[in-house]
Design a protein around this ligand. Structure first.
Ligand SMILES: Cc1cc2nc3c(=O)[nH]c(=O)nc-3n(C[C@H](O)[C@H](O)[C@H](O)COP(=O)(O)OP(=O)(O)OC[C@H]3O[C@@H](n4cnc5c(N)ncnc54)[C@H](O)[C@@H]3O)c2cc1C
Length: 396
């Protein structure tokens, strides 16, 4: 059989974005996903303002607006001893938004289908095909039984448990950051505004993303050892754990948990490289650090944007053996944000420091806006490392 130009494994934001962008360049693209859409995805569901630029390049912004997403105009953070500060997405072209991933991902998949991508749901990729040391397709199983799909380029967009990245020996669990998350949906939540919330404390943190005036996604992240306390009863564990963030727990007292909470972990995974001969990794399959700054969806879309010129040039020239230009582009685009994420992890893990930083940011709204703008992906992350920023924070 003639090989396809591109097979994309995974139909989350990274996969649909890659498929649409490559299709827009005239390539023949097939996308395989093991799920049937709409499918659930455990996520904080707050999407940063920068996502709109990327969605519009995909021709998907109207479809997303049609989902009636809740606008997020900034973030409020509460420290372990209850000091709160809010940062605005000042200077962003548009507000960020929160929407259920079940709806968002299904809408993006539909945009890909309309763009001419062949979508095959309920097809699970089980292995990679290799020829002369280069990835030449995938083995999969689904409606047609077990089959091989040959392709000149394989894009691994199959998330944190990526088969593509693992078969290439590129993805492994993070050595020190061992966390898990539990997410629940609530109706009747008091005090929701047009902003995301992050409550630090209890050895972790809990994020709140409003999905409507009184409905919210409430998801927390804790060290993996704590998971043993669940003893198989996730709902009870989830409800009990929320007591670690008392100001939030109070606002949930009269609210209703809408469905059984879902847990996932380990969260942090690192990829040694994000390309191999004949293959590229995008989105979480290229590594995932921690959801604290909530940039996963935007980064998934952005990684597809960064992969595009490399993939397009390689497909045109037929030289698919060396795609390392994508490694370099991704590293350059993400290194400062990842550095900041590591710094924030250390701050969050040290309650006295988290309190001190929160107190200072409460007094300096401009610095809080800058930090929240960086989290929102429209302010360059390197500005957090300016000496001036550190100096202003120390003097605040
Ligand atoms: C607790 C938590 C909170 C988060 N909060 C936020 C937040 O608030 N904001 C934010 O932007 N990001 C957040 N993130 C990160 C965000 O969820 C991810 O970064 C994002 O989903 C990555 O998209 P993706 O397309 O790479 O992968 P996914 O969305 O995971 O999609 C992968 C797809 O691949 C398919 N697949 C997997 N294996 C196979 C296979 N073998 N064969 C075929 N198909 C396969 C799956 O069915 C799935 O559809 C959070 C993550 C966690 C864990």
């Amino acid at each position: 059989m003639t090989p396809r130009d591109v097979v994309v494994v995974g139909g989350g934001p990274a996969g649909t974005a890659s498929a649409i962008l490559l299709r827009q360049q005239g390539h023949d693209v097939v996308l395989l996903d093991e799920a049937r859409f709409p499918r659930d995805k455990v996520c904080g569901e707050g999407v940063s303002p920068e996502a709109w630029r990327l969605l519009s390049a995909l021709g998907a912004s109207e479809a997303v607006r049609g989902l009636d997403p809740w606008p997020l105009r900034g973030m409020e953070l509460t420290s372990p001893s209850g000091i709160s500060f809010a940062g605005r997405y000042r200077g962003a072209a548009e507000a960020g938004f929160a929407v259920r991933r079940q709806l968002l991902d299904a809408a993006l998949l539909e945009v890909a289908r309309r763009a001419g991508v062949e979508i095959r749901e309920a097809v699970r990729v089980t292995d990679l095909e290799l020829r002369d040391g280069r990835v030449s397709g995938v083995s999969c199983e689904g409606g047609n039984g077990v089959e091989t799909v040959s392709a000149r380029l394989v894009v691994g967009a199959d998330g944190r448990r990526s088969v593509v990245a693992r078969r290439l020996g590129l993805l492994r669990e993070h050595r020190s950051l061992r966390k898990f998350a539990v997410r629940g949906y609530w109706e009747g939540v008091e005090g929701l505004q047009q902003q995301g919330e992050m409550h630090v404390g209890g050895g972790g943190y809990c994020g709140v993303a409003p999905l409507a005036a009184t409905r919210a996604n409430v998801a927390f992240v804790l060290d993996r050892e704590r998971m043993t306390e669940a003893a198989g009863d996730i709902e009870n564990f989830y409800r009990r754990s929320l007591a670690a963030w008392p100001a939030l727990a109070e606002r949930l007292e009269n609210a209703t948990l809408l469905e059984a909470p879902r847990a996932i972990g380990p969260l942090a995974l690192e990829a040694r490289r994000v390309s191999a001969p004949g293959a590229l990794l995008v989105g979480d399959s290229a590594g995932f650090y921690d959801p604290f700054t909530g940039e996963g969806v935007t980064l998934a879309l952005r990684s597809a944007e960064l992969a595009l010129p490399v993939a397009h040039a390689a497909l045109r020239s037929g030289r698919l053996d060396d795609l390392s230009a994508y490694d370099r582009a991704r590293h350059a685009a993400t290194r400062d944000k990842f550095r900041l994420n590591r710094l924030l992890q250390r701050t969050v893990a040290w309650p006295a420091l988290a309190d001190a930083v929160a107190g200072r940011l409460r007094r300096r709204a401009d610095l809080a806006d800058r930090l929240v703008g960086i989290a929102g992906d429209f302010v360059p992350a390197r500005t957090a490392f300016d000496l001036r920023f550190a100096w202003d924070l120390l003097r605040a």
